[in-house]
Design a protein around this ligand. Structure first.
Ligand code: RTP
Ligand code: MG
Length: 169
């Protein structure tokens, strides 16, 4: 019930989900799907304590990807990025939890895998910036925009997580 009220409130007023209700958009890119990294990536977010509210396998359209990466439209790698992201399905996810946007980015590592520390996803599983296996929203505002781009409201599930009391004091 609280979840439903929060959803309605957030949708009407376009406010960010905050605190333990903060949400981010994470996507396993086509190379990550081909390389069988989906389970490993989900495992890391689950074990960290984040709460899964949306998950689907998507062959993204060019228009969706161009909207998603609109801020990068003038970069020389933009067309290659769209081709890469269209080259196979992606696993689109919404994760929720305290500081999830910032923490997810730290779990991902740096944009360039060469700069990513071991222990991060990009630090452990890839080598080149153009095949960096995973996307994560870079701010709460980007997360809101990306979640509404990739998911319909009814595709996001509010559910009571029985482990919450063991994750938050
Ligand atoms: P993402 O949005 O995919 O999570 O990556 P990011 O925030 O770490 O980096 P961003 O600057 O948003 O770049 C988006 C994706 O574009 C590709 N890229 N290629 N060739 C290049 O110099 C270059 N720079 C970026 C990467 O796939 C990067 O994740
Ligand atoms: Mg980015």
């Amino acid at each position: 019930m609280i979840c439903l009220v929060l959803t309605i409130f957030a949708n009407i007023f376009q406010t960010a989900w905050t605190g333990v209700n903060e949400r981010t958009f994470v996507a396993v890119k086509p190379d990550g799907v081909h390389r069988r990294l989906v389970g490993e990536i989900i495992r890391r977010f689950e074990r960290k304590g984040f709460h899964l509210v949306g998950l689907k396998l998507v062959q993204a359209s060019e228009s969706l990807l161009k909207a998603h990466y609109w801020e990068l439209r003038d970069k020389p790698f933009f067309n290659g990025l769209i081709r890469y992201m269209s080259s196979g399905p992606v696993v689109a996810m919404v994760w929720q939890g305290l500081d999830v946007v910032k923490t997810a980015r730290r779990m991902l590592g740096e944009t360039n895998p060469a700069d990513s520390l071991p222990g991060t996803i990009r630090g452990d599983y890839c080598l080149e910036v153009g095949r960096n296996v995973i996307h994560g929203s870079d701010s709460v505002e980007s997360a809101q925009r990306e979640i509404s781009l990739w998911f319909q409201n009814q595709e996001l599930t509010c559910w009571e997580d029985s482990s919450q009391h063991w994750i938050y004091e």
